[in-house]
Design a protein around this ligand. Structure first.
Ligand SMILES: NC(=O)c1ccc[n+]([C@@H]2O[C@H](COP(=O)([O-])OP(=O)(O)OC[C@H]3O[C@@H](n4cnc5c(N)ncnc54)[C@H](OP(=O)(O)O)[C@@H]3O)[C@@H](O)[C@H]2O)c1
Length: 280
């Protein structure tokens, strides 16, 4: 990763199209440790007004007066819903002149975006997840061969400000969307089931939740600290004939593995389908 700041580029200008929760997480991440100078970040949405002023007051960035300001940026971040991509790309196209253009939209391919902007930008497709809001996200990202290594490294550095980042070939982006993009929802669904089960066993819901949260955080920290795989840690805490063994055996009987594989496949298929659906 190197020394923070070493990969920082002076005078790097970012134009953010969209001012929702994902845009805010990105803005917070890159401005908090000054990976980008707040005054060099411009942001625009459709409705203008209060939301842009709120972002200005919180992060010191500047609301853009018009999309034309994208022309002066090094990186344009597209943080609009997949359904709004076609219109947003149409509107910003005249102001693209070879900048980097990074999209956060599920399912929408680099090739399609490049086509929509008539090749006037170098397109990056990234898939962050909800915990970027607390700078603890997991982002999968894919670059094309048209992007120089220095530019690529710098974008990786910017994304590292909102959490962990992995680079993947684009063919795996729908799978990554299912896995890490939807991951927080899946983990929460499992936790919900754990909480319901704890209540069934007589533990009050609030107490169950406190134990649950600490169990999740503690397990994640242990995995990271010891550098173990989940299977290794599970085996470490599973004594033959013990309580974990009894519980895991019940999960195997119910084919938890099969259910999870099915769930991820459904989410990946949906990501690909959304990409097709929103192409105008
Ligand atoms: N939130 C997540 O956890 C998450 C996770 C992974 C990926 N993503 C992706 O990140 C993107 C943004 O998500 P979000 O949750 O931040 O969405 P959001 O809260 O709905 O925000 C979307 C923003 O886009 C603006 N917008 C739409 N069309 C526009 C246009 N033509 N010109 C200018 N601004 C336009 C909207 O402006 P107005 O409000 O003025 O209409 C709004 O500020 C989506 O593609 C989403 O799939 C989100």
């Amino acid at each position: 990763m190197g020394v923070p700041g070493e990969r920082r580029k002076e005078n790097y200008r970012v134009f953010v199209l969209g001012a929702g929760s994902m845009a805010e997480a990105f803005i917070r991440g890159v401005t908090e440790e000054r990976a980008v100078t707040p005054g060099h970040v411009r942001v625009i949405n459709r409705s203008g007004g209060g939301r842009l002023e709120e972002l200005r007051d919180m992060y010191g960035i500047s609301p853009a007066q018009s999309l034309a300001e994208a022309a002066q940026s090094d990186l344009v971040v597209l943080s609009v819903k997949p359904a709004d991509m076609a219109t947003a790309l149409d509107q910003v196209r005249p102001y693209l002149n070879g900048q980097l253009l990074m999209s956060f939209a599920a399912g929408v391919t680099r090739a399609w975006i490049t086509d929509q902007v008539n090749g006037r930008a170098h397109v990056i497709r990234a898939m962050p997840n909800l915990p970027v809001a607390v700078l603890a996200g997991a982002t999968a990202v894919t670059f094309g061969p048209d992007i120089a290594d220095g530019e690529r490294q710098h974008v990786l550095y910017l994304l590292e400000q909102i959490g962990k980042v992995v680079e993947l070939p684009e063919s795996l982006m729908d799978a990554a969307t299912a896995f890490s993009g939807s991951g927080p929802g899946f983990v929460c669904y499992f936790l919900e089931a754990m909480e319901n089960a704890a209540v069934e066993l007589g533990i009050p819901a609030e107490t169950a939740r406190a134990l649950l949260l600490q169990t999740v955080v503690g397990t994640a920290k242990s995995l990271e600290y010891w550098g173990l795989t989940p299977a290794e840690l599970r085996k470490r805490v599973t004594s033959p004939g013990g309580t974990t063994h009894a519980g895991v055996t019940a999960m195997q009987t119910g084919d938890l593995n099969g259910v999870v594989t099915e769930a991820l496949r459904a989410a990946a298929d949906r990501s690909a389908e959304m990409g097709r659906q929103y192409r105008a």
